[in-house]
Design a protein around this ligand. Structure first.
Ligand code: MG
Length: 164
């Protein structure tokens, strides 16, 4: 019998803003700007969360905005790694096993390689998967587009689930 596999993709963008910490995959990264947003604006955690929810397709939790509305004061300044943890718990309760995940961060600056191991670990722990199942890489856009102009950061993720 064929195993029931589900795949989900997630994409998010946040603009740089002054007087904010830059938090990516739960790591506070030293940089001249942070990202603007209702929560902690962790664009990496948001993309992974949306990929996870996109694969599970649970009514009422079809995407990050539906599960954690930014109109809800409860999520102001929220730790997005904790939101990912909640989403993963929800997905697991919905009868899915998280099989694999990968993410690419699109940023001209800052250089993320020194933080890669910690970022992967944070994402993997939030989803309660082995770190070997969480891919993470970064790319610039060769100075093209909003990311290239250092106006913000984008992240794209993919998650594979198996129906238990
Ligand atoms: Mg977001």
């Amino acid at each position: 019998m064929t195993k029931a596999l589900r795949i989900g993709t997630g994409y998010d963008v946040h603009a740089f803003a002054p007087h904010r910490d830059l938090i990516l995959a739960g790591v506070t990264i030293p940089y001249e700007h942070g990202l603007d947003g209702h929560s902690d604006a962790d664009v990496v955690a948001h993309a992974v969360t949306d990929a996870l929810l996109g694969a599970a397709r649970i009514e009422g939790a079809l995407d990050i905005g539906q599960l954690f509305p930014d109109t809800d004061a409860a999520f102001k300044g929220a730790d997005s790694i904790e939101l990912l943890r909640e989403a993963a718990t929800r997905v697991r309760a919905g009868g899915y096993r998280i099989v694999d995940a990968d993410c690419v961060v699109i940023a001209q600056e800052p250089k993320l390689s020194p933080y890669r191991a910690e970022m992967r670990l944070n994402l993997a722990r939030a989803m309660d998967i082995d770190v070997s199942m969480m891919g993470l890489k970064a790319t610039t856009t060769e100075k093209l587009g909003f990311a290239g102009r250092k106006e913000g950061i984008a992240a794209q993720a993919v998650v594979l689930l198996e129906r238990e």
